[in-house]
Design a protein around this ligand. Structure first.
Ligand code: ZN
Length: 213
């Protein structure tokens, strides 16, 4: 039986086409590349995928991906707990961490409000953000415990796109009454640019040049 008529090959190519940015041609190229690899590599590769899937989960506090819950960023005593940076996805956390310029906490929204794609605020981690800020406002410093550092500033690190602006506006309206300092990072990026694609210096400047809302 030739490979072109192999249902297993069809299945492999179909599975690969589920990956972002992979069309039928790339899927075919990847499938043939994988078929040429030794069995040891394929077994290791498959195992890595399954292990990653089982072990890496969203943090129940900030929704960044981690093997621990709460994640190391939420647990670290070194983080500045008075600042909370709202980002779209875990890749943004990683991009900001790479700059080594931001030392506060994070909150991953998991997407942006996009009515055209049927994504409303309820599909995003916005309720969890509000609950987090509410818990923050209600926590009383205890006499015999370490002083609780409360979140004072929320930084919206959302992309300069229509969806980014819509989400930013929505969150601004929602968070303004809390009395927290609200700001949005300044972008030196083309409209629609992701944080993930920005270089260290651009991201550092964007964070340092954040504008009050
Ligand atoms: Zn976390």
């Amino acid at each position: 039986m030739s490979l072109a008529t192999s249902p297993t090959l069809e299945q492999l190519m179909h599975a690969l086409e589920h990956l972002p940015g992979v069309g039928p041609k790339t899927a075919q190229r990847l499938a043939f590349h994988l078929l040429k690899q030794p069995e040891s590599f394929i077994r290791q590769f498959a195992e890595t995928l399954v292990t990653a899937h089982l072990k890496i989960k969203p943090c129940s506090v900030c929704f960044h991906l981690s093997e621990q819950n709460p994640c190391p960023l939420c647990q670290s005593p070194k983080r500045h707990r008075e600042t909370l940076c709202v980002v779209v996805d875990p890749r943004d956390v990683m991009a900001l961490e790479r700059t080594q310029n931001y030392h506060g906490l994070y909150h991953v929204l998991g997407g942006l409000i996009s009515p055209l794609d049927g994504v409303g605020p309820e599909q995003l981690n916005i309720k969890a953000l509000l609950n987090r800020l509410k818990a923050n406002a209600n926590s009383e410093p205890q006499a015999d415990a370490e002083p609780v550092t409360l979140i004072r500033e929320v930084i919206l690190a959302l992309p300069p796109s229509t969806e980014g602006d819509t989400t930013s506006l929505y969150l601004t309206r929602l968070l303004k009454p809390t009395g927290l300092i609200l700001s949005r990072i300044a972008f030196g990026l083309p409209v629609g640019g992701d944080l993930d694609y920005a270089d260290h210096l651009t991201l550092t400047r964007a964070m340092d040049g954040r504008r009050s809302l």
